[in-house]
Design a protein around this ligand. Structure first.
Ligand SMILES: C[S@@+](CC[C@H](N)C(=O)[O-])C[C@H]1O[C@@H](n2cnc3c(N)ncnc32)[C@H](O)[C@@H]1O
Length: 203
């Protein structure tokens, strides 16, 4: 599969209809994230999908920029947001977003296992955050409990069935976040098979 946006464009309608797998954990993550918002906060979310999290958070901040590589995901997101004034959507990857020290909070939810280069992505997040800014992420660490995917993943990718998925353990993810000059302030993983939620501040 050459362009992962084609996969996500195809997935968009189905993704929009899929229910939240664990409502309690999702709402906990929303609440913890909001502790870092102020009424004038500038917030970026990359890999926003169909915009559900962006729509939940935007009323609590100054401006919320939600980005994704998939035009179809963003079309659905814009329809759901229905012109919410301080919420904008853009088709972009994190490396395309210009500037530095621009954002108070950056979110990357269910995306770090999908990016081409995790270290480069973390470095762009660091560049874009203001000093003391906060990076909030939730990531499926496939190597911890889904080791079988090490075989199925590359095969499915070669056959064009799904995009490349990075396999790493939670401990590796945490090391890479810290190596990118963040301090991890909060961790939450409801059960070992579920996504790892991390709040990290820019050193
Ligand atoms: C698993 S979905 C997660 C969507 C949303 N964040 C959520 O938690 O429901 C992954 C999303 O990331 C987008 N995506 C995949 N690779 C990306 C990349 N390199 N840069 C930006 N977005 C990407 C996909 O289009 C898709 O919308």
């Amino acid at each position: 599969m050459s362009d992962p946006s084609e996969f996500w464009d195809r997935m968009a309608e189905r993704y929009a209809k899929s229910p939240i797998a664990d409502e309690a954990s999702y709402h906990h993550k929303l609440a913890v994230t909001r502790q870092h918002f102020k009424p004038d906060s500038e917030v970026l979310e990359f890999g926003c999908g169909t915009g559900s999290t962006a729509i939940e958070h935007a009323p609590f901040v100054g401006h919320y920029l939600a980005t994704d590589i998939s035009g179809a995901m963003l079309d659905i997101a814009r329809g759901k947001a229905n012109g919410q004034a301080n919420l904008s959507f853009e088709q972009a990857t994190i490396e395309n977003i210009p500037g530095e020290n621009r954002f108070d909070v950056i979110l990357g939810m269910s995306i770090l296992h999908l990016v081409d280069d995790l270290d480069a992505t973390l470095s762009h997040v660091h560049r874009l955050l203001r000093p003391g800014g906060v990076f909030v992420s939730s990531t499926m660490c496939m190597s911890d409990k889904h080791g079988w995917f090490r075989l199925v993943g590359p095969l499915g990718h070669r056959l064009g069935l799904f995009p490349r998925v990075n396999m790493f353990k939670r401990a590796t993810l945490e090391q890479r976040v810290e190596a990118a000059a963040f301090a991890i302030d909060y961790r939450f993983q409801p059960t070992p098979r579920k996504a790892t939620f991390i709040v990290a501040s820019k050193n």
